[in-house]
Design a protein around this ligand. Structure first.
Ligand code: S3P
Length: 431
């Protein structure tokens, strides 16, 4: 079998960044005028956000390859009632709760089987000062009724967990609340909301003090209707990067990819593992750093990833564990407890998947250890359960490609939540 392994070569792009796509739609809806969005990610998660905004009176339509959003100004949404089905998308649920906290609103939030197991009280608690609550009040999981109000007050908050969704929910609530609100974080999480707000002329200031970042935002100030371009998603590119690194004789270039430092932890960790990665053509688009990533087959060595890195590669751990299974030595990942409350319990899902390949991991509630270069047991039908989690499905699919062995992956269709062209992109590289 080893002689027949495929190689992967070529130049590709990956679809638009998921986090940025949600934010373009939400912030465009609050702009004063018409916003054109290019390279929006056309995936199930992003369509959940789009459909919700349409319900609240925002006109959004596709024109050629772009989307056009008719902004209704800060505070301009209407008719905020009924039901919002967020599907698999935590970002839709948490960011929309933030947006609607300072609007008179009463609506039911729902999610699919995976989203209905993910904590929501953490976002409601941040939004209470702004006037929001849930019914029942202490319910942690969807479905529940969400109430927003115009009675909210500006707010000061120190983030207790490193979560960009919580930070963004806060900033969106503050945007439509009179007065100055501030939020402080001590682990830097992805900052696309701040960058986009600044780009659209919001009155926002960001100060960094040692490890602390303090964001101050003035509410009820207008947002400019400037066109937005979404860079390629580094979290999607991560699958192609690892594919190139762990397969033989491969060279892959991924063009126009987001290189925001709050998202490039995967590149730093892989480089530490001796990965051959080069960055080219760096530029700034709508305030975000973008560039091309070139990867070549590499002989990886094991690594230790501390807790402080986790916000910068939170969505990339599953595919990083696949990379670690090819590295020489024992890799250790700590401070990863947030993985337990993603689209699935990602520590458990990866452990279960590897187990069906004869690979044992050592895990605790917040860490994972994996010995690389073990031999995979492929002498039986390999069945993986992705448990409604796109990144688990894609991680094991990459492994199946590198090993040139078919895996049966349950819930593979969840790939459509973030990367609908995933298999097509791999097929283009395979030769
Ligand atoms: C996201 C933030 C992260 C990430 C998620 C997208 C965002 O979640 O895992 O896929 O767009 O803000 P948390 O904020 O819960 O860490």
């Amino acid at each position: 079998m080893l002689n027949n392994l495929p190689r992967f070569q070529g130049t590709i792009t990956v679809p638009g960044d998921k986090s940025i796509s949600h934010r373009t739609l939400i912030l465009a809806s609050q702009a004063t005028g018409i916003v054109k969005i290019s390279n929006l990610l056309e995936s199930e998660d992003v369509f959940r956000t789009m459909n919700a905004l349409k319900k609240f009176g925002i006109r959004i339509f596709k024109k050629n390859k772009d989307y056009v959003v008719y902004g209704m100004t800060v505070g301009g949404l209407e008719n905020i009632k009924g039901t919002i089905n967020c599907g698999n998308s935590g970002t839709t649920a948490r960011l929309l709760m933030g947006l609607l906290a300072s609007y008179p609103s009463k609506l039911k939030f729902l999610g699919d089987k995976s989203l209905s197991k993910r904590p929501m009280k953490r976002v409601i608690n941040i939004l209470r000062e702004f006037g929001a609550t849930s019914i029942p009040k202490e319910k942690n999981y969807l479905p529940f009724t969400f109430l927003g109000s115009v009675m909210g007050l500006p707010n000061h908050y120190k983030l207790q967990v490193p979560s960009a969704q919580l930070k963004s929910a806060f900033l969106l609530a503050a945007l439509n609340t009179s007065g100055i609100s501030t939020i402080e974080e001590s682990f830097e999480t992805r900052d696309h909301t701040e960058i986009m707000l600044k780009y659209l002329g919001a009155k926002i200031s960001i100060k960094k003090k040692k490890n602390n970042k303090i964001i101050k935002i003035f509410g009820k100030m207008p947002l400019d209707a400037k066109n937005l371009k979404v860079p390629g998603d580094i979290s999607s590119a991560a699958f192609m990067i690892v594919l190139g690194l762990i397969s033989k004789n491969s060279v892959i270039t991924i063009k126009n990819t987001l290189l925001n430092p709050t998202r490039t932890g995967i590149l730093d960790v892989l480089k530490n593992m001796n990965a051959k990665i080069k960055i080219k053509n760096k530029k700034i688009i709508c305030g975000e750093i973008v560039g091309d990533i070139e990867v070549k087959s590499s002989i990886l060595k094991a690594t230790s990833v501390p807790k402080t890195m986790s916000p910068r590669l939170i969505d990339e751990y599953p595919i990083l564990f696949i990379a670690a299974s090819f590295a020489k030595g024992i890799s250790y990942f700590e401070g990863i407890e947030e993985l337990r409350i993603k689209e699935s319990d990602r520590i458990q899902s990866m452990e279960d998947g590897f187990k069906s390949l004869g690979i044992k991991l050592n895990t605790t509630k917040n860490s994972l250890q994996i010995k690389g270069e073990q031999s995979f047991n492929l002498n039986h039908k390999i069945k993986i359960d992705a448990k409604g989690d796109h990144r688990i499905a894609m991680s094991f699919y990459i492994l199946s490609q590198v090993l040139n062995t078919k895996f049966q992956i349950k819930d593979f269709n969840y790939v459509n939540t973030s990367f609908p062209t995933f298999t097509k992109t791999i097929n283009r590289l395979r030769n």
